[in-house]
Design a binder for this molecule. Structure first.
Ligand SMILES: Nc1ncnc2c1ncn2[C@@H]1O[C@H](COP(=O)(O)OP(=O)(O)OP(=O)(O)O)[C@@H](O)[C@H]1O
Length: 338
């Protein structure tokens, strides 16, 4: 496995300032009644390394911060604090011009191909724009040739280049989105639930296409999904997130054969399996805390059957385990859970 880091994310935090929705939270300030503001802490200190050529899958329940991580990484929304390095270059504070030039190396494929393609642009226009922007030396004939090759390589007939997005099926649109991402020859693609808007049979085709492109072009993927079957099939490593933190990071094999964090165990126990060791799903009790309060201690404390006083007071560090995975859990560190 290649372990040369391509991207390093350190202590990444992202809070969104929102207006409180409760009437009771109107406050008197400077003699005027104002609606109070509050913060949603979406990322609470994420540390991750993404290695060259790997597929790092991010899993975790809804609202745990997966899309926010993707958007901050792509510079679509600024981080509150922390650092992101792409090889040796710090990229979390690039100005618009530098980010635009950098975009060539990092591309994103979104969940909804219906919304992410401009309905007023033909496929030809969608693809020619980024190619022309990033390759100003190319003449029109060379751009046309590139578009033809690109469309063929994602299984779309070049003769349909003059059609608009609404004239394609969902799977075809996601292929076009992938072609647009590939058009600038990136090293790294963030895919945020790229399959979830597609039929199951089409999902497999798009996934296979992404795997083929990865092999051909030595691409690195950050892949966000709720589908654990896809993770098992496609991921090199898996990062499990809970309430804005990574609680376990492991190779796919280690994660599925020996999940360690109590949240990972609960998540994986819900997958139906046909083997003799089939176990009952672990039901998590307790509420997911709101993300308004900044978490103190372990983010999983409220639902963890192994939580003790220390878990309420201090945040566990990611510690390396004998099989190479890393887990943030006091119970594991103290030997109360193995
Ligand atoms: N623009 C925003 N303004 C305010 N809060 C936001 C904003 N974007 C995300 N959040 C909040 O941040 C938290 C993390 O959201 P995010 O979309 O990253 O979760 P997710 O893990 O991708 O969820 P899902 O699996 O449902 O897509 C949620 O509580 C969400 O409500």
């Amino acid at each position: 496995m290649n372990t040369t880091p391509l991207i390093q994310i350190s202590h990444l935090e992202k809070s969104f300032i929102t207006k409180s929705s409760w009437i009771g939270q109107w406050r008197l300030r400077r003699g005027k009644i104002r609606r109070s503001k509050e913060s949603v802490h979406a990322l609470n200190g994420v540390n991750l390394t993404i290695n060259q050529g790997e597929t790092l899958c991010i899993v975790g329940e809804t609202g745990c911060g997966k899309s926010t991580l993707a958007r901050v990484l792509m510079g679509l929304t600024p981080a509150t604090s922390g650092e992101i390095h792409y090889q040796d270059q710090r990229i979390d504070h690039l100005n618009d011009h530098k980010r635009m030039m950098f975009r060539r190396r990092m591309q994103m494929v979104f969940q909804n191909p219906y919304a992410s393609l401009n309905p007023r642009m033909t496929v030809y226009q969608t693809l020619s724009e980024p190619i022309a922007f990033h390759n100003q030396q190319l003449n029109r004939a060379e751009i046309n040739l590139q578009i033809e090759d690109l469309l063929e390589s994602v299984g779309i007939s070049p003769s349909s280049a003059d059609r608009y997005p609404h004239e394609f099926s969902g799977g075809q649109r996601q292929r076009i989105s992938l072609a647009r991402a590939l058009s600038v020859e990136p090293d790294f693609i963030v895919a945020d639930e790229p399959l979830s808007a597609l039929d199951v049979s089409v999902q497999a085709q798009v996934l296979n296409l992404m795997m083929d492109k990865q092999e051909e072009r030595n691409l690195t993927y950050l892949f966000i999904t709720h589908d654990l079957a896809v993770v098992e099939h496609f991921a090199t490593r898996v990062a499990v997130m809970y309430l804005g933190r990574v609680c376990e990071l492991a190779s796919t094999k280690a994660l599925f054969s020996s999940p360690k964090h109590p949240y990972t165990q609960a998540l994986l126990s819900a997958i139906p399996r046909l083997d003799s060791n089939m176990t009952q799903p672990i039901r998590l009790i307790g509420e997911v805390p709101t993300q308004i309060e900044k978490p103190i201690g372990c983010v999983f404390q409220a639902r963890c059957p192994y939580a003790n006083q220390r878990c309420y007071e201090t945040s566990p560090k990611m510690l390396r385990q004998t099989d190479g995975s890393s887990v943030a859990c006091h119970a594991i560190e103290e030997g109360r859970l193995s």
